[in-house]
Design a protein around this ligand. Structure first.
Ligand SMILES: NC(=O)c1ccc[n+]([C@@H]2O[C@H](COP(=O)([O-])OP(=O)(O)OC[C@H]3O[C@@H](n4cnc5c(N)ncnc54)[C@H](O)[C@@H]3O)[C@@H](O)[C@H]2O)c1
Length: 426
């Protein structure tokens, strides 16, 4: 196969995948779909209309001649579109999260199993320089088997909330329970080690004034304590309403520790990895006390200008290469994606039930997943029916309309500025 023809659904976050295709030598952008005029026009301004066709309706978009679709639409809407794309014979890469309800998770696995196309989950934090290198070292046996791990994805989103929710009180980011957006912190722990989480206990951090100003109904952050299939434990914490950002991972094994840089210690060096590894299991046999370095490979120069420490480049590159026949391209398949997403789902169930440990079902088993075929529990009333979930363990939080009106005004001002600037990125 020459260049893979890619279509992108959702041109907000999808802008990054659009950029990938515009510059890649293994893919080309052929179609973009967004029903929001602002985002569609922004894509047009950036990519031109010569080789790319623009759609506002998915039904027209899906008929376009393309090999693969990037799903960068609403996080809670990925499954119905993934199924439509697979049925139409397209390869699919899905942004986070993999599903909203367990019913959808069952339907997604079934659609992928039925299809001969590739489904990849774009959990980009697995492809940061540090997490990529941790995976390589772990798979080479440098750490030994995991004993303990931690993952953090803490992101104070207040300054961009008007841009990413547009003042819409029903935007998925405003309705979600905080455990939902779990895979940036949970995902790398799973992808590095290849271990399945089998049990989870969930805790919510409190609701705070920042979340009130943002109009989000989930708490400020959520915490998962996961038991892995080998008996190791991992801690994952993530949230959008915390004061300071942290992207950080650490893993311990019998031969030492490897961890990415703490942002406060190595400001601007989030790509750094520190290893403190023994050459064999036992005392005093370290080669170096601690080695700190920025892991780089043959793709790093190209990846440097991409978001999230260059990880956005790698998730697309691997997906496209897999389509082109590179069997060992590093993609996240549907089962691994569900292991990641189910951890947050069951952590919230645990938190709702007073923090009791919950088993995480293995959706590789038809028998196990059958139990969830009709489970529509989620925070979206239209989808949940009688199984509506609250957005936090604290019940429904009332947000005055004025909060959303203020955010909407801010968003309209930003749109006007961007249009006047012909959508050029600052
Ligand atoms: N991996 C990351 O680092 C990262 C970062 C940001 C966002 N995301 C994910 O990317 C996705 C998109 O997020 P976002 O920030 O762009 O905001 P979003 O979820 O508000 O945007 C979705 C975009 O898709 C469009 N859209 C939705 N449904 C559509 C449909 N049926 N037809 C046409 N267009 C449709 C919307 O108009 C909007 O522009 C989400 O899944 C989010 O979780 C991932």
């Amino acid at each position: 196969m020459d260049k893979v023809k890619v279509g992108v659904l959702g041109a907000g976050r999808g802008d990054m995948m659009i950029k990938y295709c515009a510059n890649a030598d293994n893919a080309e952008l052929v179609a973009v779909c967004d029903f929001n005029e602002f985002f569609l026009n922004r894509a047009k301004a950036r990519c031109g209309t010569e080789t790319v066709t623009y759609y506002s309706d998915f039904e027209d978009f899906i008929k376009h001649d393309m090999d693969a679709v990037v799903l960068a639409n609403y996080a809670t809407d990925h499954v119905p579109f993934a199924i439509r794309c697979l049925e139409a014979g397209k390869h699919v890469i899905s942004e986070v999260l993999p599903f909203e309800t367990l019913k959808e998770a069952v339907e997604l696995v079934e659609a992928v199993e039925k299809s001969d196309k590739i489904y990849a989950y774009a959990e980009n934090y697995c492809f940061m320089p540090s997490t990529r290198e941790m995976r390589r070292l772990y798979r080479e046996g440098k750490l030994g088997e995991l004993e303990y791990g931690e993952g953090e994805y803490l992101h104070n989103c207040e300054s961009v909330w008007h841009e990413i929710t547009q003042g819409n009180p029903n935007h998925w980011r405003n309705l979600m329970y905080e455990h939902y957006y779990c895979t940036h912190s949970v995902g790398p722990l799973i992808h590095i080690t290849g271990l399945r989480p089998v049990e989870v206990t969930g805790f919510e951090l409190p609701y705070n004034a920042r979340k009130g100003r943002m109009g989000g109904k989930g708490t400020l952050a959520a915490l998962e304590i996961m038991k892995m299939e080998n008996g190791a434990y991992c801690k994952s914490v993530h949230g959008d309403g915390i004061s300071k950002n942290s992207i950080w991972y650490t893993l311990y094994g019998p031969m030492g520790r490897m961890e990415s840089a703490r942002e406060d210690v190595q400001n601007g060096k989030m790509k750094f990895l520190y290893t403190n590894l023994d050459t064999y299991e036992g005392e005093n046999n370290r080669e170096d006390y601690v080695k700190g370095y920025e892991p780089r490979d043959e793709l790093s120069d190209k990846a440097d200008s991409y978001g999230h420490g260059g990880s956005d480049y790698y998730s697309m590159w691997n997906f496209v290469e897999k389509i082109r026949g590179k069997e060992d391209a590093d993609t996240i398949d549907v089962y691994e994606a569900l292991d990641m997403g189910l951890t947050g789902y069951f952590a919230f169930q645990s938190a709702l039930m007073g923090n009791i440990p919950m088993e995480i079902p293995n959706f590789r088993s038809k028998l196990v997943r059958e139990k969830y075929r009709h489970d529509t529990a989620c925070t979206n009333p239209a989808k949940a029916g009688e199984m509506l979930l609250p957005s936090s363990t604290q019940g429904d939080i009332e947000i005055p309309d004025s909060i959303y009106e203020g955010l909407r005004e801010k968003w309209e001002k930003k749109m006007a500025e961007d249009i006047a600037n012909n959508y050029v990125k600052k």
